[in-house]
Ligand binder design. Structure first.
Ligand SMILES: [Fe+2]
Length: 701
């Protein structure tokens, strides 16, 4: 195996010709180690077996890693011709199970192993041709051909690990031991584990855009988090420690499990970790291609749900608060232990990168600072569901790598395992799996009094909300200022740049409030819909909002709106966003210098009644600004409640005239009405235009 040892490539520094050779070598070794993995299958027949009933047959993965390069090269226009369109379709997409009871019942006519091997040979020739001849410059940028080459290589390295997990799930008589590196033979009693203190601090997460390694899109962006002091276990949780949980009835006690965990346990009838076997009174452990007597001093391998149940059992037993680390706590631990990244170290500090063993090893073998196995041996589950950092952008050549996992259901694993290589072995890598999923993964526990805060950065998909986001936060139709920006400018003009205390009665996605905030004394912005108000609240708390818009039927655009790129953050502390009902305005909404009704009047059940009383909410000399299309809804607003848009005594009464008549008791109109155009993009090629009349009324006296 030693001749196959590699590290991911520095894509920034070096000489062009050397770099081309380096990448060629990295590709060839990746290809070779991938093929070596499958030599553990007893016969060709086994390629048609599934390691996991919820995943494809193993043959899929043999074809998939090759097809991936060709599909991405073709998509990126690096090559003009496909090799085998049929193969490039059937080997294109893996199965991402949604739940533990999902079954992939589609029927596939898998080709012969020899045909797949033949395809792999052709693909390899094409890939080498690209590596030898595609333009190469340093640093390699996101959209360069060599970024796509690296994408193919790192993708193959991910599958090296995930396929090894599938082979580990095949019946023992279908695999052959001894063909893939050396299994550790150090067995013994597990060391007594202890909790050691880690001082808290501010952690800055996220890979810089100009980092010298290839990265998946989810690694970039930035995130700052304050980590409180915590304690964590010196060693990963060992098989011996986990046995105590089993012996204490852990798998039979619902109170230790999360609701999701208990459902999974019951569905699977799980009584012990997936790779444990019970033989009489003895436990054994299944490795990738062999079974051994239980190595009690090795780390236990479980899914998140089991790890969490263990923490809850320990908490109940000891009266303390145990849980798994968050992503930021893991980085804090790594920093404390002075773990350096691949390019900054002379030797690999643990059981990582296939450099030590082809299996886990004792938890007390590789010290790193005061702890062991902060990186390497087996992955470590965290409490943190994966989401993009602020500034996250989807890589257009692999747009479904990350975003389907940003659903709150995929937790991050850190540290890497004995078979984690390439990008997986770098500090910035961010891999996440469903909580019931098995990898070569275990855990270390954390003791902390700090309440666990799970960030919720999911993408909004409600089409009404996302349309409002597009309308308010982009510049549809090429308008240099969209409707909301024009309205804000108008409001600042009529108030001489000092709007004072402001009430926005239709907050929508918050743009108007953010535009006015730097100039206002304070702003209260309310919206009838909790679905809408959620967006500006998130914007206020986290500085960005995310949503998905659909286009041309199935195509999706992932949008991220970052506050300080659109509007200066200054003043946002003056904004309060509330969900409330303008039809029945509470008494507390009083004492304003400016009340704005952006497209609200036409939504009210009683516009007339509203206009008759709105002066009560304003300070003397205060302004009322109405922006309306006067699109009264006949079903929603009674004729008698509409200020205009009808005939009275046979003569037309426009809405504007009607409003003027009602407001004349308490207001004067101070500037002529203006028309502002709102473009609402229904798709990238279809928009709805609305022309709002904006009128400005000043309280008398
Ligand atoms: Fe894949």
């Amino acid at each position: 195996m030693e001749q196959l040892i590699t590290h991911t490539i520095d894509l920034k520094n070096g000489n062009i010709n050397d770099k081309r050779r380096e990448i060629r070598d990295y590709f060839e070794k990746t290809w070779a180690v991938d093929e070596l993995l499958y030599t553990q299958l007893k016969s060709h027949e086994i390629f048609y077996h599934r390691g996991d009933p919820l995943r494809h047959v193993l043959l899929f993965y043999l074809g998939h890693t090759a097809v991936f390069y060709i599909n991405k090269f073709f998509l990126a226009k690096i090559i003009d011709n496909r090799i085998n369109p049929a193969f490039e379709s059937i080997f294109a997409i893996g199965v991402d199970e949604m739940s533990w009871d999902d079954l992939d019942e589609r029927h596939y006519n898998w080709p012969k192993v020899s045909e797949v091997r033949e395809y792999r040979n052709k693909a390899k020739a094409v890939i080498l041709d690209v590596i030898d001849n595609a333009p190469l410059k340093l640093p390699v940028a996101w959209d360069d051909p060599f970024w796509i080459v690296m994408m193919g290589i790192e993708h193959e390295r991910i599958h090296l690990e995930t396929s090894s997990v599938l082979i580990r799930q095949l019946p023992l008589n279908e695999v052959v031991a001894g063909r893939f590196g050396f299994v550790c033979t150090e067995f013994g009693t597990a060391p007594a584990n202890e909790m050691l203190a880690v001082p808290g601090g501010e952690m800055k997460l996220g890979k810089p855009a100009d980092h010298h390694f290839y990265g998946w899109d989810n690694e970039y962006g930035s995130h700052t988090e304050n980590v409180a002091d915590f304690k964590t276990s010196k060693y990963l949780c060992s098989n011996a420690e986990f046995l105590e949980f089993i012996n204490a009835g852990g798998y039979e006690t619902q109170s230790y499990w999360t609701e999701e965990g208990w459902h999974w346990r019951n569905f699977k009838q799980a009584e012990m970790p997936l790779f444990w076997r019970k033989d009489g009174n003895e436990y054994r452990l299944r490795l990738v291609a062999e079974e051994i007597a239980m190595p009690w001093n090795w780390p236990v391998e479980v899914n998140y749900l089991e790890a969490k149940a263990y923490c809850n059992w320990r908490s109940a037993r000891e009266g303390k608060t145990y849980r798994l680390p968050t992503e930021a706590e893991w980085y804090r631990l790594a920093e404390q232990c002075k773990i350096t990244d691949v390019s900054e170290r002379n030797s690999t500090p643990g059981n990582l990168n296939l450099e030590k063993f082809s299996s886990p090893c004792p938890v007390d073998k590789f010290p790193q600072g005061d702890f062991y196995d902060v990186v390497g041996n087996v992955w470590q589950w965290t409490e943190t569901p994966i989401t993009g950092f602020a500034g996250f952008k989807v890589h257009p050549m692999y747009d479904d790598f990350s975003t389907p996992t940003f659903d709150g259901k995929h937790n991050i694993i850190k540290g890497g395992s004995w078979i984690s290589t390439g990008n997986e072995a770098t500090l910035h890598s961010r891999y996440a799996f469903r909580r019931h999923f098995y990898q070569h993964a275990g855990f270390r526990i954390v003791e902390s009094e700090q309440p666990l805060v799970i960030r919720n950065n999911e993408y909004e998909t409600d089409s009404e909300v996302t349309l409002a986001c597009e309308t308010e936060w982009t510049n549809p139709g090429g308008q240099t200022q969209n409707f909301t920006q024009q309205l804000a400018a108008h409001l600042l003009e009529i108030t001489n740049g000092k709007p004072g205390k402001v009430l926005d009665l239709n907050a929508d996605t918050g743009r108007l409030a953010f535009e006015l905030a730097p100039f206002a004394e304070n702003i209260t912005a309310i919206d009838f819909s909790a679905r809408f108000i959620r967006m500006p609240v998130q914007m206020l708390e986290q500085g960005f909002m995310r949503y998905i818009v659909t286009d041309e039927c199935e195509l999706l655009h992932y949008r991220e709106i970052v506050l300080n790129e659109k509007v200066k953050i200054s003043g946002s502390e003056k904004i309060q966003f509330l969900q409330d009902n303008a039809n029945n305005l509470k008494a507390l909404y009083s004492g304003y210098n400016l009340i704005v009704l952006p497209q609200l009047l036409e939504e009210l059940t009683s516009p007339v009644g509203f206009l008759q009383k709105i002066h009560e909410r304003l300070l003397p000399g205060g302004l009322l600004v109405i922006a309306s299309t006067y699109d009264w809804d006949r079903n929603h607003t009674e004729r008698s409640e509409r200020p205009g848009g009808f005939k009275r005594d046979g003569e037309p009464v426009s809405s504007y005239e009607g409003i003027k008549e009602i407001l004349s008791a308490h207001f004067n109109e101070i500037v002529p009405p203006v028309n502002l155009t709102q473009i609402r993009p229904l798709s990238s090629r279809t928009s709805e235009y609305r022309i709002c009349e904006v009128t400005v009324w000043k309280m008398k006296g």
